[in-house]
Write a protein that binds this ligand. Structure first.
Ligand SMILES: Nc1ncnc2c1ncn2[C@@H]1O[C@H](COP(=O)(O)OP(=O)(O)OP(=O)(O)O)[C@@H](O)[C@H]1O
Length: 299
């Protein structure tokens, strides 16, 4: 099956500044794909190239197997997009905006579907767009992105400004859509939501892709081990496979992905002043911080 998004060595320069450098990425049909990275990493620029809002300076963008921007309009009708910064004509009423969006996608007004979406996100269709709060503008953008039942949803920080109830409703809806075969490409700074919902994530930093991880496997592989006690054998830890070692008074903390039984046996041989050992799965936040602080070398 053809990938839904295929980026091959794309770059984007603003003057001499490379906002995105030689980035390649594949998103398969039905994936819930998280795109994460610090402020200014190049997430929105990448999304803007995927959507043909800006043209890449090098490389190719393929959507549903077609090179963009060839076949642009036909492909765009298969996409729903929620921008990070929602801007529509402020004088337009929400109901006119919804009608305008449906006209663009040439879909007949499906009153039931629109009613359900507006009810789910508590959208007041009589209000002027310019009079809405940030969160309510975002909810209108979400409704507009979904009313034509797109096969690909591109969401740039969609929960920014949403209250917790709306946040939960949005993710529940996206999960339902994914189960129906919709592909979701989401950028977010909320690591918890990425961890809870995404099946795969790509990390971007300084315009470059620095890792793609299958989230279902990622947390199981690397463990965080904490040792407590006196005279801990910190010098020997690296030799037994510990990574990203930090020491704090009577405590050593490190990442470990080898056999734990072997680790316990070796530790017993190395120290008889060990008071406590804890082992936990490394959560995404810890992994994210380690990548962005450039600790831990393995990234
Ligand atoms: N039109 C532009 N002209 C010049 N520089 C730009 C332009 N658009 C983006 N940039 C720069 O490109 C870099 C990447 O920006 P981008 O908005 O893609 O980052 P981001 O990862 O989406 O960040 P954030 O998480 O803060 O939204 C930034 O340094 C930004 O200042």
């Amino acid at each position: 099956m053809l990938p839904v998004i295929e980026l091959n060595h794309i770059s984007k320069y603003f003057g001499k500044f490379a906002a995105v450098k030689d980035l390649s990425l594949t998103v398969e049909k039905g994936e819930f794909f998280g795109f994460i990275g610090p402020n200014g990493a190049g997430k929105s620029t990448t999304m803007n190239m995927i959507l043909s809002f800006i043209k890449q300076d090098g490389g190719t963008v393929k959507l549903f197997g077609q090179e963009m921007p060839a076949g642009n309009v036909a492909v765009k009708k298969r996409i729903g997009y929620v921008p990070s910064d929602v801007r529509f004509y402020p004088q337009l009423r929400v109901q006119d905006l919804i009608r305008y969006t449906m006209d663009f996608h040439q879909v007949k007004e499906n009153k039931k579907e629109v009613d359900e979406l507006c009810e789910l996100f508590q959208v007041d269709r009589k209000k002027k767009f310019g009079d809405l709060s940030l969160g309510n503008k975002k909810k209108v953008a979400i409704v507009c992105a979904m009313i034509h039942q797109p096969e690909l949803l591109i969401l740039d920080e969609p929960t920014n400004g949403l209250d917790p109830l709306m946040h939960a409703r949005l993710f529940r809806l996206m999960k339902e859509k994914q189960e129906q075969g919709v592909t979701i490409f989401l950028s977010s700074h909320n690591l918890k939501e990425v961890e809870d919902y995404c099946s795969k994530i790509a990390f971007i930093k300084n315009g470059q892709l620095i890792g793609v991880e299958d989230l279902t496997k990622m947390n199981k592989k690397v463990k965080v081990v904490t040792l407590k006690g006196r005279n801990l054998p910190v010098e020997q830890m690296e030799a037994i496979g510990a990574k990203s070692i930090t020491q704090n008074e009577d405590e050593i903390r490190f990442l470990y992905e080898k056999d734990l039984v072997q680790l316990f046996t070796t530790l017993k041989e190395l120290s008889n002043e060990l008071d406590d050992i804890t082992v936990s799965n490394r959560d995404l936040e810890e992994q994210f911080m380690s990548m962005y602080e450039n600790k831990g070398g393995e990234w």
